[in-house]
Unconditional design. Structure first.
Length: 895
């Protein structure tokens, strides 16, 4: 049964003649109030008469939640008078205060199926058979729990549900009658006595129907008193706790575990309330809330229903009393709700006050303080009118930079200015205090922010290797202590201290860590900023001939310490076992001396699977041996891959059927070319190591480096594009445009360096004609990692360089390169047709004179022949250099 049904269906106003709560001073009939009788000896206290539902809640002047609440706006920009905490009531009290004391269970509400029968319950029993007319009896359960059925006998009903009683009754009837039919209905339930004690609004003894549940009694008692709790209402039965109810669950979400059936003499206990906090301002349900241990600021906002749309989430006023003084802080409610681990999401205490500001409220007469203080936030200007007063309220913390703090102030025109404050002198009274203005802000810095902190690093065999601050007089032993001490396997005799003695120079000092820890001054020098102390492990500084080596396809190849009885299987396990790429054999190499005392290596081979499965006899491993697991063929571990890019019908990455599969075969698997593809522009990119052997690559590098060393030594040479300006006379043999005999400047293009080798090489398909390319594809053998690209078909030819109108020209079959140059306006006066080139769509470069045909997508680059510039020409040196750089790039591509 849900809590809503409990409230809306189970509870109703009693009719005259019903028996409920008579001991609590409620009339049991006739409509007149019953006079409370004195409490009988041994029966407990008698409850007082219930108060009127219109009377105010009793107030506790000592309640910790009776604190001051700040003013909140009533409309946009218009503040309202401050609301006292007395105007906020404990959450949930109004709901239970409205409960009538004279309530009972509605007569038309079905009795729960789990109801247990007991004495004084009234049953209607009907039975009949073919030879027996219908018989009806209304029988009350006796004091002994028995139901006496005339003509049938006694049936025990105590503690049974109605269904269980029907089964027991049917069994008894069938023992005496054949083909009997029957029914058993509960027509009236018994009454029980329940005691409500503790901090309840109406404590006392309540006589209720047995089908009533815990929530019915809580509601009848009016809930908790102002001092009582709604969060830990306990139901006790025979001095044992049955259930503990948090009524906040019902009030906030409508769920409740208080539909527990009651028994006679049950006790409902209301403890005194725990810590309470006041949540006011722009929240959905401003009230005084009881919090449980572990609740934080964000939890209080959620208890209050969250923030209203009119809330200014970044200003949450937090007030707390500590040590007889009030502490005020400004928190960011939005950040607290978003991050439960936020540093400002503090644990709540009794008496805390939270006030969420309105977004339309203008904050006036406020000052702020930030930085290394105990209580950063906004403060009232009236309370802290000077810089010293604000600093004393916020309490600068240990580690503050005492030389200076900054006061930020906005001028009337909005310009921010920074006023430095001598922090230490200001607090000591040696400097004049500074009056604050509205919206002033003070920033207090940490010492580490403003000072260079000397640091030293310790590495190696210590417990906590890290960088540590160097204090005055700190020595090596102090640094080791800060790092947690040396590890057990650390070398006690050798350590190195690296100390900077110049911009790029270091001094290495050898130390004995054990002597340093014992206080030997010679081994325990004072640390300096930037020092690096390296503590070695004992195995790193000792030479011990007890090593075996495991190499090859192992998870953890390396050197391992041998031990007595070590086997090949043990070493393979230490090395992590073989990798998936390991071949099926393992080699064990042992250094031996032959008969002539010559060193040689004895190699034995074993089946890897047998060794790992334990099928082979144990192979002993001794110091100096090397175990090797060779790699199997790459083709067996991973297929070769080729990537198709561009205008294929199904581009992507494909696995080769075999090493060297031809391109024609792969093209068929990819569905061929797309309709707009230009197969004639196809290119292939292949890794350099797939085309050159390692020896060839090394030889090429050696030759190129040698040729670079033979280049003329000139400043700026090295990339083939650097330009140097030289002065020359007209009579020096260099032809000048003007022909005058005067000093001119000549621009020289530097030679390029040859050591650069691209990792990937683009291979062009130089096909004779478009009709024969399919037959050529079958001759192209593919390698792992190849990338084949096919561009989109183009219908233009680009003409660039020294022409009158550079740009694209529509392609026409049979048109020569010279004709395309003419269509671009013809060559410019500085054109050098002999050095001009055609860059094919495949990426290849051909001289203009050697290009018989021009295909769509090709680029014609017309070179420039100007390299000597005269001053009368008045050309900018920058333009000239750009021209020559273009020539250099073209020449580089030709080479």
């Amino acid at each position: 049964m849900t809590a809503v049904m409990l409230l809306g269906v189970v509870l109703c106003i009693a009719r005259p003649g019903t028996a409920l709560a008579a001991e609590a001073g409620v009339p049991s009939g006739g409509g007149k109030p019953a006079t409370p009788a004195p409490a009988a000896s041994g029966q407990g206290p008698t409850a007082p008469a219930p108060t009127s539902r219109t009377s105010p809640l009793p107030e506790n002047p000592q309640s910790p939640a009776r604190q001051w609440l700040p003013a909140a706006p009533t409309s946009e920009g218009e503040p309202r008078p401050a609301a006292d905490a007395d105007q906020l009531k404990p959450f949930g009290m109004d709901f239970f205060a409205a409960a009538p004391a004279d309530f009972t269970v509605a007569p038309d509400v079905p009795i729960p199926a789990g109801y247990r029968l007991g004495k004084h319950d009234k049953l209607r029993i009907r039975y009949w058979a073919p030879a027996v007319p219908e018989v009806t009896h209304e029988i009350e359960v006796g004091e002994d729990g028995m139901v006496v059925v005339p003509g049938i006998g006694d049936v025990n009903a105590h503690g049974l549900t109605r269904e269980e009683f029907r089964q027991r009754l049917g069994k008894r009837l069938r023992e005496q009658l054949k083909n009997v039919s029957f029914s058993a209905d509960l027509i009236e339930t018994r009454t029980i006595s329940v005691f409500v004690t503790g901090a309840a609004r109406r404590p006392g003894r309540y006589t209720v129907k047995a089908e009533s549940n815990l929530f019915n009694v809580i509601y009848a008692a009016g809930g908790a008193s102002p001092e009582g709790t709604l969060r830990k209402v306990a139901l006790r039965r025979r001095n044992k706790l049955v259930v503990e109810v948090d009524l906040y669950q019902f009030l906030n979400s409508g769920t409740l575990n208080a539909d527990v059936m009651l028994e006679d003499q049950d006790v409902v206990f209301f403890p005194v309330a725990g810590a309470r906090v006041t949540v006011g301002g722009e929240v959905v349900r401003p009230a005084i809330y009881e919090v449980v241990p572990g609740d934080r600021v964000a939890d209080a906002i959620r208890l209050a229903g969250g923030m209203k749309a009119s809330a200014y989430a970044r200003i949450l006023r937090f007030r707390r009393f500590e040590g007889g003084r009030r502490v005020e802080r400004t928190l960011d409610a939005q950040a607290l709700l978003a991050d439960p681990n936020h540093a400002d999401n503090m644990l709540l205490r009794d008496g805390d006050i939270l006030t969420l500001e309105n977004v339309t409220r203008q904050v006036r007469e406020r000052v702020a303080i930030r930085g290394n203080v105990s209580f950063p936030g906004d403060y009232s200007l009236q309370r802290t009118p000077t810089a010293k007063a604000l600093l004393l309220e916020a309490r600068p913390r240990i580690g503050t930079y005492w030389e200076r703090a900054d006061l930020t102030r906005c001028l009337p025109d909005g310009t921010p200015v920074i006023i430095p404050l001598p922090l230490k002198d200001l607090l000591d009274g040696k400097a004049e205090d500074v009056p604050l203005l509205d919206l002033d802000e003070i920033v207090v810095y940490e010492a580490d922010e403003k000072k260079i902190v000397p640091l030293a690093t310790v590495e190696g065999a210590v417990k906590h290797p890290a960088t540590y601050r160097v204090g005055d007089g700190m020595r090596v032993s102090d640094l080791l202590f800060a790092a947690g001490g040396m590890l057990q396997d650390a070398s006690k005799q050798v350590a190195h201290l690296y100390r900077r003695i110049g911009p790029n120079e270091f001094q290495i000092v050898r130390l004995a860590p054990d002597a340093a820890l014992k206080g030997n001054p010679a081994e325990n020098p004072v640390m300096q900023d930037g020092d690096r102390l390296v503590i070695y492990r004992q195995q790193d500084v000792e030479f011990r001939f007890d090593r075996v080596t495991a190499v090859g396809e192992l998870q953890k190849p390396g050197e391992y310490r041998s031990y007595e009885g070590m086997t090949l299987y043990d070493l393979l396990l230490l090395a992590g076992g073989p990798t998936p790429e390991a071949a099926g054999i393992v080699e064990v190499a042992t250094p031996v001396l032959d008969e002539d005392s010559n060193k040689r290596t004895q190699i034995e081979t074993y089946a890897l699977a047998d060794v790992m499965a334990g099928k082979h006899e144990p192979v002993p491993i001794k110091a100096g041996m090397m175990v090797s697991l060779p790699r199997r063929d790459d083709k067996l571990t991973q297929p070769c891959r080729v990537e198709l890019r561009g205008r294929f019908r199904r581009p992507g990455t494909y696995a080769l059927l075999y090493e060297g599969e031809d391109l024609e075969s792969l093209l068929k698997r990819a569905g061929g070319f797309a309709d707009d593809a230009d197969p004639f522009g196809m290119s292939l990119t292949r890794s350099r190591d797939k085309m050159l052997s390692l020896a060839t690559s090394e030889q090429i590098r050696t030759v190129m480096e040698t040729m670079d060393q033979l280049l003329p030594t000139r400043k700026g040479a090295g990339d083939g594009t650097s330009v140097e300006v030289l002065e020359t006379q007209s009579g020096s043999g260099v032809p000048l445009l003007g022909g005058a005999n005067r000093t001119e400047k000549v621009l020289l293009v530097s030679p390029r360096q040859l050591t650069g080798m691209p990792n990937n090489t683009r291979i062009s398909f130089h096909l004779e004609d478009r009709e024969s390319y399919i037959s050529r594809l079958g001759k192209v053998r593919l390698c792992d990692g190849d990338i084949i690209e096919v561009p989109r078909r183009s219908d233009v030819v680009q003409v660039l360089g020294a022409v009158q109108s550079p740009g694209p020209v529509f392609h026409s079959a049979g048109r020569s390169a010279r004709e395309y140059i003419n269509l671009a306006g013809g060559s410019a006066p500085d054109a050098d047709l002999k050095r001009s080139v055609v860059i094919k769509v495949t990426g290849g470069v051909r001289r203009l004179a050697d290009s018989k045909t021009v295909d769509p997508g090709d680029v014609i680059v017309v070179a420039s022949k100007h390299q000597i510039i005269q001053p009368p020409v008045q050309r900018k040196l920058q333009d000239t250099i750009l021209d020559l750089l273009g020539v250099a790039l073209v020449i580089r591509s030709l080479q």
